[in-house]
Design a protein around this ligand. Structure first.
Ligand code: SME
Length: 342
């Protein structure tokens, strides 16, 4: 460690959120009952909720020391997670739901992988979960249930788990006001399964590769909100050559291995680029583009080209979009494979 370097570190000006306080910690313990007895009987915590073991292997006990539904959560230790030294997670509170959404964008821009977002169960807070460089699990949340002096705790039937912040916002639990002030923070939700079926129907019965790619580009561009470019590059020799697309005129030839498109092609894997300015070698066709998703078109072992999507919004695409677009690309490939490109 360079102590001077560390002393010079500061909170960046203009950070779009503020962690108010450490909200709660969750610990792995050897014997839930014994620990619960210690924290209640010796330290005076109160029990808010208990998972008997069906919700989480081995069970969990949520205990409070103030109005927050839990200040400490006790989780049963497992083979992989030792008791005592085993920290399950630390959680930080922000003041507004908008801030949780901003934290999500912020983490994405810093390439911090979010391993959970949405609403778990007891406590019903809306949260994003991720790890620090050592693998400590961290949570940033808003909206944890408050337990007053009457001790009333929400019934488990009202918990409503949600696997994304958008899903949690759309389906609030009783008494939770999930109004988002800045709606642009919410991601558009695309039903990729429905879109794949529509695309399949649209492309059926045609064998001309240009017609297939052109209609696929138009269908995708019009179905996905906030894109400024959607289209194809096809392999010719050691280059990708511009195919049908929607959006502004684009770079025509990209060497395999160059830019986001050329890298995705060579590595034969999708590339999710939350901030194109942070991608070494990104080729800026349209300076307005700020995030990009490129999916290779693979017909078995054969690389046909790539599907490229651009957006003027930072971090427009997430893992759900990636999986969805891989599904769309597979549909396009199936139709192209029967055409002159094969
Ligand atoms: N940005 C791409 C080039 C293609 S345009 O975005 C349409 C890249 O870096 O490969």
């Amino acid at each position: 460690m360079d102590a001077a370097n560390v002393r010079a570190m500061t909170r960046p000006v203009g950070l779009p959120f503020k962690l108010n306080r450490i909200g709660h910690i969750a610990l792995y313990v050897q014997d839930l009952e014994k620990s619960a007895r210690f924290y209640t009987g010796v330290l005076g915590f109160q029990i808010s909720d208990v998972y008997a073991g069906n919700e989480l292997p081995g069970g969990a006990v949520f205990i409070r020391l103030n109005a927050d539904h839990h200040g400490i959560a006790l989780f049963q230790a497992t083979k992989d997670y030792r008791p005592g030294a085993g920290l399950h997670h630390v959680a930080f509170e922000v003041s507004t739901l908008d801030e949780v959404l901003r934290v999500r964008e912020h983490l994405r821009q810093h390439n911090v992988r979010i391993h959970f977002e949405g609403r778990r169960r007891a406590g019903v807070q809306l949260a994003v979960e991720f790890q620090d460089p050592d693998g400590h699990n961290l949570e940033i949340y808003w909206g944890i249930d408050q337990i007053g002096s009457d001790g009333y705790v929400r019934a488990p039937e009202q918990w409503k788990g949600a696997a994304s912040l958008e899903a949690a916002v759309a389906d609030p639990v009783i008494g939770q006001d999930t109004t988002v002030q800045d709606k642009s923070l919410l991601r558009p939700r695309t039903d990729y399964d429905a879109l794949a079926s529509e695309l399949d129907a649209l492309l059926s019965g045609e064998s001309d590769s240009t017609a297939i790619a052109a209609n696929a580009a138009a269908a995708i561009y019009n179905a996905l909100p906030t894109l400024n470019w959607a289209g194809f590059y096809f392999v010719q020799g050691d280059e990708l050559v511009l195919g049908p697309f929607q959006g502004r005129p684009a770079c025509v030839r990209i060497a395999l291995g160059r830019g986001v498109c050329g890298t995705a092609a060579v590595e034969r894997r999708s590339l999710l680029v939350p901030d194109v300015s942070a991608f070494p070698g990104h080729i800026a066709c349209d300076p307005v583009s700020r995030s990009e998703l490129v999916v290779p078109l693979l017909a078995g072992e054969k690389l046909l080209g790539v599907l490229d999507l651009d957006s003027a919004r930072l971090a427009r695409f997430d893992e759900g979009d990636q999986a969805g677009c891989e599904h769309l690309a597979a549909v396009v490939v199936r139709h192209l494979a029967a055409s002159v490109l094969s």
